[in-house]
Ligand binder design. Structure first.
Ligand SMILES: C[S@@+](CC[C@H](N)C(=O)[O-])C[C@H]1O[C@@H](n2cnc3c(N)ncnc32)[C@H](O)[C@@H]1O
Length: 219
């Protein structure tokens, strides 16, 4: 793992809460529904190189490896502590994934390196400027025709989901979450150069609407 001294937001806002991350997410986000759905959507193929951006404890990263053992699966995250939890989890599950410390706005990979990129529960932590930089970096590291698959809080699809999302806004901040609940993630993907951008699925959760998105880098 490399080290960097730049900024990232810990998974639950504070380092001392990170060890509680997996049970909290399991209980509150319908993780066991939307993460497998995102993996199914990505339709990973043997021999592909796959990136999970802001992989955290590597739940999605490990699902990807389990779904397609013949893919080379990478996880990157800004927090070296959460990457240790991820590495322990991978070892316990007997799965080989590549983990690296790095920031979304300066990904430590060459241009056109990955066939697929994925990310879950991440973009709502970023300012609009960093969201733009992160989508630009994802576009850079994907190969032509490479696909991006994202799960994150999306535009509330009814008033109950809008009220529920105030819980996330109180926890994670109103500024960084505003673009998500306004449904602007697809617009930001288009601005970064992605094509065929669409919202593919929506789930109701206790914290609001969880949306899945798909986008492609043109050939
Ligand atoms: C809410 S957690 C999501 C983790 C995982 N993707 C999941 O679905 O459970 C957000 C993650 O983003 C990471 N993170 C926050 N800001 C970052 C940045 N600028 N660059 C890279 N990682 C960052 C945090 O360390 C944390 O692991």
């Amino acid at each position: 793992m490399t080290t960097q001294n730049e900024r990232y937001i810990p998974a639950l806002g504070y380092h001392w809460l990170t060890s509680l991350y997996d049970p909290v997410v399991q209980l509150t986000t319908r993780e066991s529904t939307f993460k497998p759905a995102l993996i199914a959507q990505a339709n990973l193929q043997a021999g592909e190189r796959v990136l999970d951006l802001a992989c955290g404890t590597a739940t999605l990263t490990l699902l990807a490896k389990r779904a397609q053992p013949a893919a080379e699966v990478h996880g990157v995250d800004g927090d070296s502590n959460i990457l240790k939890i991820a590495a322990d989890k991978a070892q316990r599950e007997g799965l080989t994934i590549q983990l690296q410390q790095g920031l979304a706005n300066a990904l430590p990979y060459a241009d056109s390196h990955f066939d697929r990129a994925m990310s879950s529960l991440f973009f709502h932590h970023l300012t609009r400027e960093t969201k733009r930089a992160a989508f630009a970096e994802l576009h850079r590291v994907l190969k032509p025709n490479g696909e991006l698959h994202v799960a994150d809080w999306g535009q509330a699809h009814n008033s109950l989901m809008r009220v529920a999302f105030f819980g996330i806004q109180l926890l994670d901040g109103f500024v960084t979450t505003a673009d998500n609940v306004r449904g602007l993630l697809p617009t930001l993907m288009l601005e970064a150069g992605f094509v065929d951008v669409c919202e593919t699925e929506r789930y109701s959760t206790v914290f609001g609407t969880m949306s899945l998105y798909r986008a492609r880098k043109s050939a």
